[in-house]
Ligand binder design. Structure first.
Ligand code: WTA
Length: 654
C-alpha cells in the first residue's frame, strides 16, 4: 500500500453534463457537521422530518454509552411504518414512476423488469396479507432466503407492513448456516424460492431450506416463490407464494410501529463464537438510511441508482431497498455477478438503464480492472455522476482505475466506511469535497470518530496519528442490541474501550485530519468485502472427524482483499493428502457456504502456543503473509520448534 503521506487531495471533478445543484456543498458540510455535534437534538429533529410519522416524536436523542447501561433510543415516542414510508407516501406523485428495475442473471434469456410504485404497493400488500394469513403477527420473525428477485424486496417490505421482523440469510449460505439463523431468532416462517440462478449456475434454495428445517421446530412454515420453475419436493409445511399472492387481497393497511420497535435482524460475523443477530429498529434506521443515501450519493429525483450488493448484506438493506425507496427513488436490483455472461456486465447494465450513481466493492473493481479496459470502453457511461465503494479499503491502484476508466475523471468517488452495526455510512467523502484515493476521509453528520491508543485506550489527539477507531456518541442508524443477548452487545462493542462504540477497525488520521481505515484489528477477516469470523471457520474445520485442531487467519489476496488461510492439525493416525485437503474445502462449504472456503490449507503438526495454551495468532498471521523475518517476540512459546516447521512448509510464497 502506498504511503498515505504522498497522497494529496484532488478537487472534486467537474461533471461533463450539467447536473443538479448538490444537496450539500463543501461549505455546507462544515457548518452542518458542527451543528450536528453542537445540538444533536435540534439537528436530528429536523432530519427526522424526512420520514412521515403517524404520531410525531417529541423526544429526539436518548442514548447512553455508560458502562452497564448501554441504552440507545432515537425518536422514541414517535410512531411510523417503514413500508408506508417507502411506498404509500409516494403514490400521490409517483404511482407510475419505476421504483425497482430488476436485472436478471442472464440478459440473453430474460428481460429486465420495471416495477412502478403502484405495482410495488400491490405486490407488497398482497404478500403482507399472505404472511398474515399464515399466522405471522407483529413482532414475529421471518427468515428471507431468496435470490435477488423483486420478491426479496416485497418480502422485506411486507414484513415491515405488518410489523414482523425480517432476517435475511444470504442465498450463498449453506443449510447449516440457514438452520442456525432460523433457530437463533426462533422464526415462524422461511420465505425461499425453488432455485437461485447466479452467474449461470443454480443454487437449490428450496432443497437447502428443507435440509435446514430438519433441525428446526416442526411448526416452522415455508413460503416458496417460483423463480426458475425447477423441480422441488413439497411437504406439508410448504406454501406456494405465487398461488397465494394471486388470491390475496391487495388491501393491507400498514400497522403503526414505535420508533424503537425492531425492524430487522441481520446475522454478522464477529471475532468470537457464532454470528450474532444485529438488531436495527424502525425510526432512527430509516431516517439515517434515507439521509445518507440522498446526501452521500447526491441522489436527486429522477436519478437511477445502482448498488450492486445483495440484499443478504447490510449494504443491500440500506442502499438497495430502504434508503432509495424512502427517498422515492429508482433502484436497481441485480440478480447476477460482475463477470457473467462476460466482464462487461456491470457497464452494460449501467448503459442500458442510464445509471447515475453506481455503488460497488473494491473486490469487483479489482477483478474487472484485470479484465481490461475494452469491456468498459465499449459502453456509454456518460450518465454516471457519482461512484461509490464499500466493504474494504480500496487500494489506490483500483481507485485510480475506477476514477479514470469508469468515471472518466468526471465522477467523484465516495469511499464509504461503515458496518452492519452502523446501519449506514459513518466515514465518507461527499461528492462535493476534495478526494483522496483510498481514504474514507471524514465523518458523516452526527458521527464523532475518535482514535484510541489500542492498549491504554487513551484518546490520541492531533493529526498524523494511528490507533483503533471508536465512536464517541450515538447516531440514529446504530444497532440497538444483539438479538436475545444484550450482554453480548455490551461486551462486543463497549467493553474494551469504556464509553465508546468500538468498531473493530484500525485507523489513521493523516496530517490533514482525514481518516484512513487500516483494516480489522480483531479476528474478523474481510474476504471479497464479506465478513468472516476466523472462529467460525475454525469451528467448522474441527467439526470434521479427521481434524484435531485448527487456526484460521487472513492473508493479503490480490483480488479478494484477504484470503482465508487455515492451519490444520489432523487427528492421530490421519495422513495429510490433496484429497483430504479437497474434502476439507468441501466440508467448510457445506458447513458455512462457498464464501468461507479456505484458500490455503497448511498441515500443521502443531500450532504455536503460549505455555498457558493460547494460540499465538500473531505468528500465524506473519507466516501466512510470507513475512516471517519479523516474528517478534517468540520467547513465550511453549515449543518454538513448531514455528520452524510452519515456516518451512508455508503455503503462501511470495
Ligand atoms: C470494512 C459492510 C475500509 C471494515 C458495509 C468494517 C471498510 C467491515 C469499508 C464491515 C471502507 C467497510 N473502507 N474498510 N470503505 N467499508 N469496511 O458489516 O473492516 O459487512 O468493519 O458492512 O468492512 O463489514 P460489514
Amino acid at each position: 500500500m502506498q504511503s498515505t503521506d504522498l497522497i494529496k487531495p484532488i478537487d472534486a471533478p467537474t461533471p461533463t453534463k450539467p447536473g443538479p445543484t448538490p444537496h450539500v456543498s463543501a461549505a455546507d458540510y462544515s457548518s452542518m457537521y458542527a451543528a450536528s455535534l453542537n445540538d444533536p437534538d435540534a439537528f436530528w429533529a429536523e432530519q427526522g422530518q424526512r420520514v412521515d410519522w403517524m404520531k410525531p416524536f417529541t423526544k429526539v436523542k436518548n442514548t447512553s454509552f455508560e458502562p452497564d447501561n448501554i441504552d440507545i433510543r432515537w425518536f422514541e415516542d414517535g410512531t411510523l411504518n417503514v413500508s408506508a414510508n417507502c411506498i404509500d407516501r409516494h403514490l400521490a406523485d409517483r404511482a407510475d414512476q419505476t421504483a425497482i428495475i430488476w436485472e436478471p442473471d442472464d440478459p440473453r434469456t430474460e428481460d429486465a423488469r420495471h416495477i412502478t410504485y403502484a405495482q410495488l404497493h400491490r405486490s407488497v400488500s398482497k404478500m403482507a396479507n399472505v404472511l398474515r394469513d399464515l399466522g405471522v403477527e407483529k413482532g414475529d420473525r421471518v427468515i428471507i432466503y431468496l435470490p435477488m428477485i423483486p420478491e426479496a424486496a416485497y418480502a422485506m417490505l411486507a414484513c415491515t407492513r405488518i410489523g414482523a421482523i425480517h432476517s435475511i440469510v444470504f442465498a450463498g449460505f449453506s443449510p447449516d448456516a440457514l438452520g442456525a439463523r432460523i433457530n437463533g431468532c426462533d422464526a415462524k416462517i422461511v420465505i425461499t424460492a425453488d432455485h437461485a440462478p447466479r452467474g449461470g449456475r443454480e443454487t437449490p434454495l428450496k432443497s437447502n431450506t428443507d435440509t435446514a428445517l430438519l433441525h428446526c421446530k416442526d411448526d416452522v412454515k415455508c413460503l416458496v416463490v417460483k423463480r426458475t420453475g425447477g423441480q422441488t419436493t413439497w411437504t406439508d409445511r410448504d406454501y406456494d407464494c405465487n398461488a397465494l399472492m394471486a388470491e390475496a387481497s391487495a388491501d393491507c393497511p400498514a400497522v403503526e410501529m414505535a420508533a424503537e420497535d425492531p425492524l430487522f435482524i441481520l446475522y454478522t460475523s464477529g471475532s468470537t463464537g457464532q454470528p450474532k443477530g444485529v438488531v436495527h429498529t424502525t425510526g432512527g434506521y430509516l431516517v439515517y438510511a434515507a439521509m445518507t443515501h440522498e446526501i452521500v450519493f447526491d441522489y436527486h429525483d429522477g436519478d437511477i441508482f445502482w448498488c450492486t450488493a445483495d440484499v443478504g448484506w447490510v449494504t443491500g438493506h440500506s442502499y438497495i431497498v430502504y434508503g432509495p425507496l424512502a427517498n422515492g427513488g429508482t433502484t436497481i436490483m441485480f440478480e447476477g455477478v460482475p463477470t457473467y455472461p462476460d466482464a462487461g456486465r456491470f457497464w452494460d447494465v449501467c448503459a442500458k438503464h442510464k445509471v447515475n450513481q453506481f455503488y460497488t466493492a473494491p473486490t469487483a473493481i479489482r477483478a474487472l480492472m484485470g479484465a481490461g479496459n475494452d469491456w468498459v470502453e465499449k459502453h456509454d457511461l456518460s450518465d454516471l455522476r457519482v461512484l461509490g465503494s464499500v466493504g474494504e479499503p480500496i487500494n489506490p491502484e483500483a481507485w485510480n482505475w475506477y476514477n479514470e476508466v469508469v468515471g472518466k475523471g468526471k465522477c467523484p468517488i465516495v469511499d464509504t466506511f461503515w458496518q452492519t452495526e452502523t446501519g449506514g455510512h459513518m466515514l465518507t467523502p461527499l461528492p462535493c469535497t476534495k478526494l483522496k484515493p483510498g481514504a474514507a476521509q471524514q465523518p458523516f453528520f452526527g458521527v464523532q470518530p475518535v482514535v484510541l491508543e489500542p492498549t491504554s485506550g487513551q484518546i490520541i489527539d492531533g493529526n498524523d496519528v494511528e490507533g483503533v477507531l471508536c465512536i464517541a456518541d450515538s447516531w440514529p442508524g446504530q444497532m440497538r442490541t444483539v438479538w436475545g443477548d444484550h450482554e453480548r452487545f455490551e461486551k462486543t462493542y463497549f467493553s474494551d474501550y469504556k464509553g465508546y462504540y468500538f468498531s473493530g477497525d484500525g485507523c489513521r488520521r493523516d496530517a490533514d485530519g482525514d481518516y484512513w481505515i487500516t483494516g480489522r484489528v480483531d479476528d474478523v477477516i474481510n474476504v471479497s468485502g464479506h465478513r468472516m469470523g476466523t472462529a467460525e471457520v475454525e469451528s467448522a474445520l474441527v467439526a470434521h472427524p479427521k481434524v484435531a485442531e485448527s487456526a484460521v487467519v487472513g492473508y493479503p489476496h490480490d483480488v479478494k482483499g484477504q484470503g482465508i488461510y487455515a492451519y490444520v492439525t489432523l487427528m492421530n493416525g490421519q495422513e495429510p493428502s490433496d484429497e483430504l485437503r479437497k474434502e476439507l474445502e468441501k466440508w467448510v462449504r457445506t458447513e458455512i457456504g462457498p464464501i468461507a472456503k479456505p484458500d490455503l490449507i497448511q498441515w500443521a503438526p502443531g500450532l504455536p502456543k503460549t505455555r498457558s495454551g493460547k494460540i499465538m495468532r500473531r505468528i500465524l498471521r506473519k507466516i501466512a503473509e510470507d513475512d516471517f523475518g519479523a516474528l517478534g517476540d517468540t520467547s513465550t512459546l511453549a515449543d518454538p520448534s513448531v514455528v520452524d516447521d510452519l515456516i518451512e512448509n508455508r503455503m503462501n510464497r511470495g
